[in-house]
Write a protein that binds this ligand. Structure first.
Ligand code: ADP
Length: 490
């Protein structure tokens, strides 16, 4: 490729004198006492002086701001004489109109054969842009500092413990309450120093859950005990959520430790009370049931229909009371870890059929059983019956219009799945998650026959004990399917 070049023009553009005059930086030469003896066009244009007004008339320090002048005389001049060169010192030069030009000066001393300084050649770099970036940067830094202080001020006002951690999960900030709770000597800590304040038995559980959250980038939600500064352990709910930046990366974690000690103590007191009360009630109510059964047997000797009616009603109410007390006793057993299973190989159809025929007879509901009659599983029959009866009774209680209840079961790999479906009102999605919690009841359900909100909780515990799973599918206006699975073999 051949280029058409105007050789004369090119020579002129790269001529040494042109390079000197039009360089992108200023050049100035001084006598050892600082008198200006030569300077280029670039510098003249920046400062707006004429050559005549400066050459041999002014010293370089005359162009500097007050502080700069002193520094130039006291530092720059002696230094250049001794060292022979100076690199990038920052000064402010005053332009002719009095405005300021921020510059960096680099200089070289020109010496004669005996080493005496004859002249000083200086390059002058305009750093106006850099200065304004620096100002912007400082402003941004100050704003960030202010925001950090506002966040810390707010965080210190919060009566619960809050903290942040870096992407690797190491704790890098804690609020005042955190410091007070553990009596940390200063805000100097890391994950292991904080982990040592976790109640010994809960430490591994926490660290495993935390590591898993960091690995998967998912929220942490765990209840553990923390040892306070007096060494007493108290229950806390630890929550942490990842902060994901615009590139989709987790750059920080925000966490809190909320004390649940009072709540847990109150629950425990309630559990203790319920345990004592239900045990105390069980004996007299069982004896009352015995008496009523006796009365039921002999009622035919008395023709009065009112008496018959009263005995029937009393029987129904005693049965209901016994079922409520049984629920409470079951919860006490679960709490005390005394829900024991007595497993044996069972034919699932026979089990379901027994439960259903009993309920069909008492309620008149139509219950359709569907499944392969050869399926078997290792289960505690009494407990699994309890779950199925609970599901069917709930369908009758909470979906009374649904005259057909379907009970289906199938074997799926190593599991047997059993489900109870009604065509009732269904349950709204946000409530589904809570159905298996202790004492949870859907408010405003139409049944006047509701229990204590313990039935499904007990079912969940029984299925958990069998190493199975439990759940529900439901659609408003269409109905619900409650299901559970059981391992087919032990
Ligand atoms: P309870 O022992 O008070 O009956 P459960 O734990 O058995 O409580 O049930 C919890 C809640 O689930 C009930 O308050 C009820 O509103 C709802 N529920 C259970 N089964 C059904 C169903 N088949 N259809 C609609 N709601 C139901």
């Amino acid at each position: 490729m051949s280029l058409q070049v105007d050789k004369n023009l090119l020579d002129a553009l790269i001529d040494t004198e042109t390079l000197y005059q039009e360089a992108p930086c200023g050049y100035v030469s001084l006598l050892p006492d600082g008198t200006i003896i030569k300077l280029n066009n670039t510098l003249l244009t920046w400062l707006n002086y004429t050559t005549k007004s400066l050459l041999y008339k002014k010293k370089f320090s005359d162009l500097l701001s007050k502080g700069g002048k002193v520094h130039f005389e006291m530092f720059f001049k002696p230094m250049i004489t001794v060292r022979g060169h100076i690199k990038e010192l920052s000064y402010e030069i005053l332009k002719k109109d009095g405005s300021v030009l921020p510059v960096l000066l680099s200089a070289k001393a020109m010496k004669d054969a005996l080493g005496s300084v004859m002249a000083i050649n200086m390059a002058v770099y305009d750093i106006t842009d850099r200065k304004s970036y620096e100002v912007e940067l400082l402003k941004a830094k100050k704003t960030a500092e202010d925001e950090k202080r506002t966040f810390q001020f707010l965080a210190d006002l919060i009566p619960e413990m809050i903290w942040t951690a870096n992407a690797d999960g190491d704790i890098d900030y804690v609020n005042q309450r955190f410091v007070q709770y553990f009596n940390l000597p200063e805000r100097n800590f890391n994950l292991s120093s904080v982990a040592s304040r976790i109640f010994k038995e809960d430490r591994k559980k926490f660290l495993n859950a935390w590591r898993e959250s960091i690995r998967a980038g998912t929220d942490l939600h765990i209840e553990i005990r923390l040892d306070n500064y007096q060494g007493n352990s108290e229950w806390h709910l630890i929550k942490a959520v990842p902060y994901i930046n615009q590139d989709g990366l987790v750059t920080k974690w925000f966490g809190s430790c909320i004390s649940t000690e009072e709540h847990i103590m109150a629950l425990k007191a309630k559990d203790d009370f319920i345990s004592i009360a239900s045990h105390e009630l069980k004996t007299p109510i069982t004896s009352l049931k015995g008496t009523l059964q006796l009365m039921d047997k002999i009622k035919n000797n008395h023709p009065d229909p009112l008496l018959h009616k009263m005995i029937d009603r009393a029987n129904r109410n005693v049965n209901k009371t016994i079922s409520l007390i049984d629920d409470l006793l079951n919860v006490s057993r679960i709490n005390e870890g005394q829900l024991y299973l007595n497993k044996k190989r069972s034919v699932i159809f026979d089990l379901i059929n027994d439960c259903c025929s009993h309920i069909k007879y008492e309620t008149g509901y139509d219950i359709l059983i569907e499944g392969d009659s050869s399926i078997e599983a290792d289960i505690d029959e009494g407990r699994i019956e309890q779950v199925i009866i609970n599901f069917i009774n709930n369908a009758i209680k909470y979906a009374p219009e649904s005259k057909l209840i379907e009970v289906g079961y199938e074997k799926n790999g190593q599991h047997v799945k059993i489900e109870v479906t009604d065509k009732g009102p269904g349950i709204s999605p946000e409530k589904l998650f809570h159905l298996f919690e202790r004492y949870y009841q859907v408010k405003n359900n139409s049944s006047g026959n509701a229990g204590l909100g313990l039935g499904l909780y007990i079912c969940a515990e029984i299925i958990k004990k069998h190493n199975g799973k439990i759940g529900v599918k439901s659609e408003l206006g269409k109905g619900s399917t409650f299901w559970f699975t059981l391992p087919a073999n032990m």
